[in-house]
Ligand binder design. Structure first.
Ligand code: G6P
Length: 362
């Protein structure tokens, strides 16, 4: 049938969509460049970003995890304070808003009911909204004041992969161009750094055999797994854990490296897999300290680090990319490891039980 043709030679949409990520990032660079090859965002969106005294990012699931990384981009580069909220909580537990809030909705489908409920609420209060979505003309896009498109192409697999990295790429561009509008000089060229990210993504996608062997080594029979990281690695770990839960049904949780000892470490047993991310120089020593704590309790550590920070104990080393952009690269091994874990556990990768691609009920 038609869906088989679209999948091409791939056994699953998820694997195809993982592989498309380098192309998607390159496409986004193109789409957001003007004729002088400078990054470009519509002036009215930049005006709204510049006017805001605080940005409220609202999203669900994987898009929420993208929002957490997006906060880092916007606060680090554009110096605007950002809060990130899960849509379903926000609607009845609205935080005290700042004087001039701007809302950013992140939604692959643009149809998620929980996010739309918040959009309706804040429009009634008279606030402005920007939607970042993969689907032009979607409900969230139509009902928002502004839209930024992901240009990721249709995402069919229920577990989101390329939409997540596309969200990060677009958020990074929004953050960098907003910084420029606000007179903040960044010490790097984002176009160049995103191009390096795209090349690195390609290298990672070509390393499938290694990802499969990691999945077999750590996740073939386990009941549970933990993802730890500090700073943005923590946010990537949350997404890695969600991917693993969604498609392999392994109970997986992401934790901030330093928070583990305040309770969760009680769950560590002999051979419990701990996937630790170490891509951030300023927390490299402390996350490795956290790994030692769990190893002392019998855990089976799988350290994924970044070139320049690696040690002999690491299971996988990601080629170097700009440190703030590392989530775009670091998520790929986690997506692939989840994919192979699910495959070897005979799970329905593209259509996991109980899940829907787009959830249109609150
Ligand atoms: C569903 C999907 C998730 C997705 C979430 C938000 O639960 O299964 O993969 O992250 O909705 O979807 P959205 O389209 O708003 O990004």
């Amino acid at each position: 049938d038609a869906s088989d043709i679209e999948k091409g030679t791939y056994p699953h949409y998820m694997l195809k969509e993982i592989d498309e990520q380098p192309l998607v990032v390159r496409k986004i660079i193109q789409e957001y460049q003007n004729e002088n090859n400078e990054l470009h965002i519509d002036a009215d969106i930049l005006g709204a970003m510049d006017e805001a005294d605080r940005i409220y990012i609202v999203a669900c699931g994987t898009s929420y995890h993208a929002g957490l990384v997006g906060k880092q981009f916007i606060e680090t580069w554009a110096k605007v304070p950002v809060e990130v909220h899960v849509a379903s909580e926000f609607s009845y537990n609205m935080p005290l808003l700042s004087e001039k809030p701007l809302f950013i909705f992140i939604s692959q489908s643009g149809e998620t009911a929980d996010s739309r409920a918040v959009l309706v609420q804040i429009k009634e209060l008279g606030y402005k909204a920007l939607t970042i979505t993969n689907v032009p003309g979607s409900t969230l896009s139509r009902e928002s004041d502004y839209t930024l498109l992901l240009h990721a192409g249709p995402e069919i697999a229920v577990a989101s992969t390329k939409a997540y990295t596309a969200q990060l790429a677009v958020l990074s561009i929004l953050a960098a161009v907003t910084a420029k509008t606000r007179g903040i000089e960044l010490e790097f060229d984002l176009v160049q750094e995103l191009a390096i990210v795209a090349n690195t993504m390609e290298v990672l996608c070509d390393d499938k055999e290694e990802m499969e062997s990691i999945a077999l080594q750590f996740l073939a029979t386990t009941r549970n797994a933990f993802f730890i990281g500090r700073s943005v690695d923590y946010y990537v770990g949350l997404e890695g854990a969600l991917k693993l839960k969604e498609i392999s049904y392994i109970q997986a949780e992401g934790f901030a490296g330093g928070e583990l000892k305040h309770g969760t470490i009680a769950l560590i047993e002999n051979n419990t897999p701990i996937i630790a991310l170490a891509t951030q120089e300023h927390v490299n020593l402390s996350i490795r300290g956290n790994v030692k704590e769990v190893v002392a309790r019998g855990a089976n550590p799988c350290i994924i680090s970044m070139k320049g920070l690696e040690t002999e104990e690491d299971r996988y080393v990601i080629p170097k990319v700009h440190e703030t952009l590392s989530p775009l690269a670091a998520v790929i091994p986690l997506q692939l490891i989840s994919y192979y874990a699910a495959l070897h556990r005979d799970c329905d990768v593209d259509k996991p039980r109980n899940l829907a691609k787009s959830v249109t009920v609150e």
